[in-house]
Design a protein around this ligand. Structure first.
Ligand code: CMC
Length: 384
């Protein structure tokens, strides 16, 4: 191919990398399906355990299948003692997502047969990571607050157990539904940046742990999974609801990005954001905490202004990360844990994609277009 014919697709925009039966995003119309089921239906009727099973095994579980799968997750909630030591060895400066990444890497040391790459062994690893990551994140959260770790419950659901291990309080019915909803909505989302890096790592036939660590690392940035933390920081910087419009207008005039808005694929309202927004509006009527009330009002006013300024004109709509922060805050989750919580949910999407890709694996090896000079004369160091 001559240089003139080279087409560079920055950010791989518009490039398809694989066939999949996991997830369909209709970006133009703001629709999303997991394994063919509309996200609204799963959000309303399902549980995270059921959705995790659906993503990993390809079908909704029968009662007995769900019972076995749920028990399996419960039995894997504990983490080795050395994970606690790793968490204690980090300073408060380290971001929890970076600590999670290190702990997941360390979990691989407890795999008794890394050479076994059978589908069953890999599924086992995915289930173990899904079960253990919330325990690790809750431990990180507790340690940062100077509080003792809490052992996992054997009776609470996957997501409720996470809140319990983090806050020490069993969530009420409403918080339990909300955290489960957030876990469901974050579980899968096509070939987003972190899933893609999971696949790139997996395509070298590196192991499940390595691929998940790549996913966790990629999730961290504010253009991807870090956007919810960044959006909440912005809401905190706005401070008072009456400052919202001026703050956003100044930010846009200064060409700043408003975190939690915009998406490479959605050019309509992100359906996950719509679900969370509706929830947020009803939550606002019930909350009695003035701090949460303020955050919710700022989020709602910012959404309204952005709709006038950018959504209708430039197709930059809110994504799920814009509304997550105030709700997580209401549930007692500190902002620096938002991205690791996202990882706890997305691990099933990452691993399900990995297993699907491995069925027909091919090494990712794209090209870059060299624009530098060639055959430059080498000058010895003494003469440079
Ligand atoms: N605020 C203001 N302007 C924006 C925003 C935003 N949040 N997002 C995009 N734009 C503008 C951007 O400045 C550019 O304008 P212009 O054409 O005048 O230079 C135009 O829209 C296209 O931007 P882009 O960066 O080329 O678009 P992209 O498809 O590469 O960006 C994105 C996608 C998510 C990185 C971007 O919208 C963004 O930075 N959003 C804020 C971060 C965020 O919320 N990320 C979470 C995404 S959803 C969760 C997930 O799946 O990870």
């Amino acid at each position: 191919m001559t240089d003139e014919n080279i087409i560079i697709s920055k950010g791989l925009e518009g490039i398809y990398i694989a066939d999949t039966t996991l997830c369909k995003i209709d970006g133009a119309n703001g629709k999303l399906w997991y394994r063919g089921y509309p996200i609204e239906v799963l959000a309303d009727k399902s549980s995270y355990e059921e959705v995790a099973f659906l993503l990993l095994y390809g079908h909704l579980p029968k009662k007995e299948e769900l019972k076995v799968f749920t028990q399996r997750l419960i039995s894997e909630r504990d983490v080795p003692d050395s994970i606690a030591d790793i968490i204690r060895n980090f300073t408060g400066r380290t971001h929890p997502n970076d600590i999670l990444r290190t702990c997941v890497s360390a979990i691989s040391a407890f795999d008794t047969d890394m050479a076994d790459r059978s589908s069953d062994a890999n599924m086992d690893r995915a289930i173990k990571l899904t079960a253990k990551m919330p325990t690790i994140v809750a431990m990180i959260g507790r340690y940062r607050q100077g509080k003792p770790f809490i052992n996992p419950s054997r009776t609470l659901s996957h997501s409720s157990n996470f809140l319990y291990m983090l806050t020490g309080v069993e969530p009420d019915k409403e918080s339990a539904k909300l955290i489960d909803l957030m876990f469901i909505l974050h579980a899968e989302h096509g070939s987003n940046a972190s899933t893609f890096s999971t696949l790139v790592t997996g395509s070298t036939l590196a192991d499940v742990y390595a691929a998940v660590v790549a996913g966790i690392s990629t999730l961290r940035g504010p253009l991807h999974g870090g956007a919810d933390e960044a959006a909440l920081n912005m809401m905190r910087a706005i401070g008072e609801p009456d400052n919202t419009e001026t703050y956003i207008e100044d930010a846009l005039a200064g060409k700043q990005r408003i975190m939690g808005f915009g998406h490479r694929v959605y050019k309509a309202y992100d359906p996950r954001a719509k679900i969370v927004y509706n929830y947020l509006k009803s939550f606002m009527q019930k909350t009695t905490d003035p701090k949460i009330e303020k955050l919710l009002e700022i989020a709602i006013r910012a959404e309204k202004l952005m709709e006038e300024k950018l959504s209708k004109t430039k197709g930059i709509w809110p994504n799920i990360d814009f509304f997550s922060g105030p709700l997580y805050t209401a549930m007692g989750i500190p902002s620096e844990l938002f991205t690791p919580v996202f990882a706890c949910s997305r691990v099933v999407g990452w691993t399900a994609h990995l297993f699907e890709y491995w069925e027909n694996n091919r090494l990712f090896r794209p090209l870059d277009h060299y624009t530098g000079q060639l055959d430059i004369k080498y000058v010895p160091i003494e003469q440079r």
